[in-house]
Design a binder for this molecule. Structure first.
Ligand code: SIN
Length: 320
């Protein structure tokens, strides 16, 4: 099904947060030795023609390498999205972002934004200074999605593919097509500025968590601990007695297979749960979900990856 862009004059707001898409290297032949988050979002839009009938607005929300993403930046980004999405003439928001934690930001926004309008994250695997950068085409494609009639929810556009913010994961360290959507598959493709949907747009999340973007910082501390061969309970024990200003309120266990845990790690996690820490198991597997069993003593995160389960648990604790 091909879907045409909106006919009337509308605004699409582009929020910049940094990343490789805004990165600069000393030489155009260098695709890896660059500094992320150097070029302003208005400059990234410089050579790009907006979709017909669309006016672009650029706003710099942050300028960072997304490995350093913080709750402060998420809060600001969530608030700026909510602000712009509430404007009647704004068709949607595009966010330029680093690839490394893009799936976390996408899942966070999916969880906290209640608008039905589209929020489209995009990125690049090559810096802006590259001989053949992928950022400009990704931005063009993201603008096409944000200005498409009927588009909605939080999506990620990279290498011509549209993923839902709930399912997307970075799966490649170098390829330009670095993202996948696991079992769910992509929701569509962008071809010459036209979106071809293969499944429905993601729903905006429930408004129940939308207050989270305004909740005072610091947000609840949730740590991820991995189960692996030779694991022990020592990391959990250390986390619970680490004496940091922010005590650990939640633990996500990156579990093997269908949510299994090394017995020593499981014993420490059960002790932590008994002491009032919220514990959630999320699978280390790239695909599939944890199928619950009647005798499970620790909750599972279904199909959520450990990093997304951490966000879900943090928001759950924030709502308590
Ligand atoms: C980043 O995540 O900010 C750097 C890496 C990238 O964008 O590919």
């Amino acid at each position: 099904m091909a879907i045409s862009p909106l006919p009337e004059l509308r605004r699409v707001v582009v929020l910049g947060t940094g990343g490789t898409i805004a990165g600069k290297a000393a030489s155009s032949g260098d695709n890896i030795g660059y500094t992320a988050g150097q070029v302003g979002v208005a400059d990234l839009l410089g050579g790009i023609t907006a979709p017909e009938g669309v006016t672009l607005v650029a706003e710099q929300v942050a300028q960072l390498d997304s490995k350093d993403m913080s709750f402060e930046t998420w809060q600001k980004l969530g608030q700026r999205c909510a602000h712009w999405l509430a404007q009647p003439d704004v068709a949607g928001v595009v966010i330029t972002h680093g690839t490394d934690t893009l799936e976390e930001t996408a899942f966070f926004l999916h969880s906290v934004l209640s608008s039905q309008k589209p929020v489209v994250l995009t990125c690049a695997m090559r810096p802006a200074t590259a001989l053949s950068p992928d950022g400009p085409q990704n931005v063009r494609d993201a603008l096409a999605v944000a200005s498409t009639t009927g588009a909605g929810g939080v999506t990620v556009v990279c290498a011509g593919t549209v993923h839902s913010g709930k399912d997307v994961q970075k799966v490649h360290t170098y390829s330009l097509d670095a993202f996948a959507s696991g079992d769910a598959g992509p929701i569509g493709y962008v071809e010459e500025g036209v979106v071809r949907l293969v499944r429905a747009w993601p729903d905006a999340s429930s408004s129940a968590t939308s207050e989270a973007v305004n909740a005072p910082l610091p947000w609840p501390r949730v740590e991820i601990v991995m189960s692996h061969a030779g694991a022990s309970g020592q990391i959990i024990d250390a986390l619970l007695r680490d004496g940091a200003a922010e005590p650990v309120r939640g633990l996500v266990l990156a579990a093997t297979g269908n949510g299994t845990l090394h017995h020593a790690l499981e014993a420490a996690a059960l002790k932590a749960q008994g002491a009032g820490v919220a514990v959630l198991r999320a699978t280390r597997c790239a695909k599939g979900r944890i199928l619950p069993k009647a005798d499970d003593r620790l909750r599972d995160a279904g199909a959520l990856t450990p990093v997304k389960a951490r966000i879900a648990l943090m928001l759950e604790l924030l709502g308590e």
